[in-house]
Design a protein around this ligand. Structure first.
Ligand code: FBP
Length: 262
């Protein structure tokens, strides 16, 4: 077996990706619950928390802030992304090359693929260039595999999420980031379909700490290797507190109720 290409962004085979590409994907509205988090410096600081195995950002934030954090934070550079102002069929502009990501010091690249979109064919071709570029520079490859678009009535159904996990494996991702399909059983199927690729659960917004940690714990029990999380951390009043609990649930497999009491 080859050494795991995403080893640099994991710890003991597990990962907690702190996602902070919301400024482009959703816009300033995502910072409203916790206005300090509009300042990228706050999030780069947060990413130095021991629980965080990498920070996913776009090129502009990496250029401006990463030089001060390269010793303490693993960089997962997101190569594509599109604003919420775009109203077309799901698509994502390629904003950065794998080569430039390597120059910026990235440990891994991140790339969104919307399987099922009218733009799936072009996105898969763009992913190919990014994935092969990452291989040349020994960077891990994380796919945000979010099937959605014209042909999909229910993009959150377990079958669709398993298909998304498989798409990641087939196209050469080391880590596939999928939405939580609603149960441990469905997550287990997605993990199985991803074969040797790691599967991480994508976040969302859940205000109830215990319910959120329960989903994370179920995903880990089902074989997921971790989580990619943004709003469920930085929109909370005490982001460090939920990171402490996530660290216990993901890396020590502590029960959620106990993890909250730590
Ligand atoms: P959250 O944990 O905040 O849901 O972030 C995960 C993520 O994949 C981000 O990286 C991305 O900005 C966002 O979700 C995209 O969400 P969607 O496309 O579902 O609106």
């Amino acid at each position: 077996m080859l050494p795991h290409a995403a080893a640099d962004i994991s710890r003991d085979g597990k990962s907690l990706i702190l996602a902070y590409d919301h400024g482009i994907e959703h816009g300033p509205v995502d910072f409203e619950p916790n206005p300090d988090t509009a300042d990228p410096e706050r999030i780069f600081e947060l990413a130095t928390h021991e629980a965080v195995t990498s920070l996913a950002v776009q090129k502009g934030l990496a250029e401006a802030y990463y030089p001060d954090y390269e010793d303490d934070v693993n960089l997962l550079l997101k190569l594509n992304g599109t604003s919420n102002l775009w109203r077309g069929e799901p698509d994502s502009a390629v904003n950065c090359t794998a080569e430039y990501a390597a120059e910026l010091g990235a440990d891994a690249i991140g790339f969104t693929v919307y399987g099922g979109s009218n733009h799936e064919v072009e996105m898969a071709e763009e992913f190919r260039r990014a994935q092969e570029g990452a291989r040349e520079h020994d960077m891990g490859v994380v796919m945000w595999s979010y099937p959605r678009g014209q042909g999909l009535r229910n993009d959150a159904s377990p079958d669709v999420i398993s298909y998304g996990a498989r798409l990641g494996l087939e196209l050469g991702a080391d880590v596939v980031k999928v939405k939580y399909p609603g149960s441990a059983e469905a997550m287990g199927h997605a993990v199985e379909m991803a074969g040797p690729a790691d599967v991480v659960m994508s976040g969302g917004t859940m205000r109830d700490d215990k319910a959120f940690l329960r989903n994370v714990s179920n995903a880990i029990d089902a074989g997921a290797t971790g989580i990619a999380v943004g709003r469920n951390v930085f929109q909370r009043d005490e982001p460090e507190r939920i990171l402490d609990a996530l660290e216990a649930v993901i890396f020590q497999e502590v029960d959620p109720a106990e993890a909250l009491a730590i």
